[in-house]
Design a binder for this molecule. Structure first.
Ligand code: P6P
Length: 335
């Protein structure tokens, strides 16, 4: 079935030729990462390295390969003023005359690599503020609403790219010639769902409001919801969120009391914000459980955030269940 490629499709979604060029470069990096992942086990690049990243997490060799590939390619583009990555302690400046700041999680879910489960690359594009320096953290501290584009590549049975430039969410699939072809013109999240995605092993650490809300989903038709729910947890945000974008559901990684001073586990700037923009553009909602993720004014490049996103009517039920929580917790989670 003849279908448009990424270059042709972008012409319908942005008039900004430099932004289109940037997105194509990111897609090209994702194609290269996909190729490396496919051969990972055969080329000895699976497994963990000695050192840990700024998050204090064990780095996989492919985390570093993916990060370095994106960093090198993006900083070579004249329009890129700088990049920030989950794998980089600090932002890296690019062309001082550049326009764009690119933030990315080069290989999200990488703990799944060694067991051959889907992983992904998440990216977010911001405009360099007037007079700012792409090598300084302050330039990147913009709310998610300011994103010019956001997307992810999912390295699954097939490699797909889901992308928004603010006009809905388009989905592409990678063919054998290394080209992304349009497969969905407008991804749309059903308003209702019977599927939730959460790491249930953390249940005893959640806020009571989340324990009660999830408890009602587990009660199914014997409880107040009067319908049974199904659960999925891939432990790879890109794969879990892609399922929500494709067939509905809610994905949540809420605050928990294991590290009470952290608002959540996931990172705002290169996980929460891009995924929240995609979900909103596809008709869903994205919240910390107390406020809209895209409205958070960031204070640190690697700051964390509680996340609950997906089918808008189900997220509304989750928000209603969190009403009794104190305003101070709301302020804390939105910081
Ligand atoms: P847990 C992967 O490490 C990640 O950042 C997300 O991709 C994923 O949703 C989450 O953490 C999984 O966390 O605690 O279930 O291993």
């Amino acid at each position: 079935m003849p279908t448009a490629n990424l270059t042709e499709t972008l012409k319908n979604y942005t008039k900004d030729a430099q932004l289109a060029e940037l997105i194509e470069e990111i897609a090209d990096c994702c194609e290269q990462i996909s190729a490396r992942l496919k051969l990972g086990a055969l080329t000895g690049i699976l497994g963990a390295l000695e050192d840990t990243n700024v998050q204090g997490e064990t780095q996989k060799e492919l985390d570093v390969i993916a990060n370095d590939l994106l960093k090198e390619a993006l900083l070579a583009i004249p329009s890129v003023a700088g990049i920030a990555s989950e794998e980089e302690d600090l932002p890296v400046g690019g062309n001082p005359e550049g326009r764009f700041l690119v933030l990315f999680d080069p290989l999200d879910g990488s703990s799944n690599i060694d067991v051959n489960v889907s992983v992904g690359t998440i990216f977010s594009v911001l405009e360099l503020p007037e007079g700012a320096n792409g090598g300084e953290e302050s330039a990147y501290l913009q709310s998610g609403r300011k994103q010019l584009a956001a997307g992810y590549a999912l390295y699954g049975p097939s490699t797909t790219l889901s992308l928004t430039t603010g006009k809905g969410v388009q989905q592409f699939a990678l063919n054998n010639s290394g080209e992304f072809l349009l497969i969905t013109e407008a991804m749309n999240i059903p308003a209702d769902t019977k599927e939730f995605s959460i790491n249930m092993s953390n249940q005893r650490f959640w806020q009571p409001e989340m324990q009660n809300y999830i408890g009602e989903l587990l009660a199914g038709e014997t409880g107040s919801r009067n319908k049974n729910f199904n659960m999925r947890w891939i432990a790879s945000m890109v794969a879990d969120v892609h399922r929500v974008l494709t067939r509905g559901g809610i994905f949540t990684y809420p605050w928990d009391n294991r590290e009470p001073n952290k608002p959540g586990k996931l990172r705002l700037m290169y996980e929460g914000n891009p995924m929240s923009l995609l979900v909103e553009q596809a008709g869903g909602l994205a919240t910390t459980c107390f406020g809209n993720i895209l409205d958070i004014e960031p204070t640190k490049i690697h700051q964390r955030v509680a996340v609950a996103l997906g089918s808008k009517n189900e997220i509304s039920m989750l928000l209603a269940a969190h009403q009794p929580a104190s305003a101070s917790k709301a302020a804390e989670l939105n910081r």
